[in-house]
Design a protein around this ligand. Structure first.
Ligand code: MN
Length: 199
């Protein structure tokens, strides 16, 4: 079931030591949000998060998202995060879960393309449970359709993140390397680390 649950998220963290939000449920807004956080932890990766059922469903994407439909990016399903996490940019202290620097690399709203389909309308919850989501992202760096596909239908946590071949697809763009900085503050990972770890 996809019912949002923050217990695992909260259990892994000591909120006296980390400035990450603890999280509480909130009412759903008209437009669900997505966020992609660049996370310079043990291994640099991109956390792709979609608002589904009052939480952020989350996948860690080691190589980050691509705008090229021929590139399939591994996306490992991780624990649900609170909606407020979408605003989190800062450092997680050494020794804490996910220690390292977090940047809001892209953020915006999305539409569920499966709900717009004429023959069968599928909610995001149902699509998540079936292991196949298609969304239209309206971010600052990423726009257009993306598919998230569970490769083994719940048998492991490995999904694939793939750009849908639409008018926003572009094999020549590579925003992960050409647009590396925060959409929230314009800062680089190095600057966030420097500024957020002194207090
Ligand atoms: Mn992460």
């Amino acid at each position: 079931m996809s019912k949002g649950n923050l217990k695992k998220y909260q259990k892994k963290r000591d909120f006296k030591k980390t400035k990450e939000p603890k999280g509480s449920a909130r009412g759903s807004s008209d437009q669900p949000i997505f966020v992609i956080q660049k996370h310079d932890a043990r291994n640099l990766h991109y956390d792709f998060r979609l608002e589904i059922d009052s939480v952020l469903k989350s996948w860690a994407v080691p190589k980050g998202p691509s705008t090229d439909p021929s590139e399939k990016r591994l996306a490992i399903l991780t624990e649900d995060h609170p909606i407020e996490y979408a605003e989190f940019e800062g450092t997680i202290p050494e020794g804490e879960y996910g220690a390292g620097t977090v940047m809001v690399w892209d953020k915006g709203t999305y539409r569920n393309l499966k709900e717009e389909s004429e023959d069968e309308s599928i909610s995001m919850e149902e699509a998540f449970d079936s292991g196949h989501l298609t969304v239209y992202l309206e971010g600052e760096k990423l726009r257009g359709g993306y598919a998230l596909i569970d490769t083994k239908r719940g048998k492991n946590d490995q999904w694939l993140l793939i750009k849908i071949d639409d008018e926003q697809a572009d094999a020549r763009r590579n925003p992960v390397s050409t647009e590396p900085d925060s959409v929230l503050t314009g800062r680089s990972i190095e600057r966030i680390e420097k500024e957020e770890s002194k207090d």
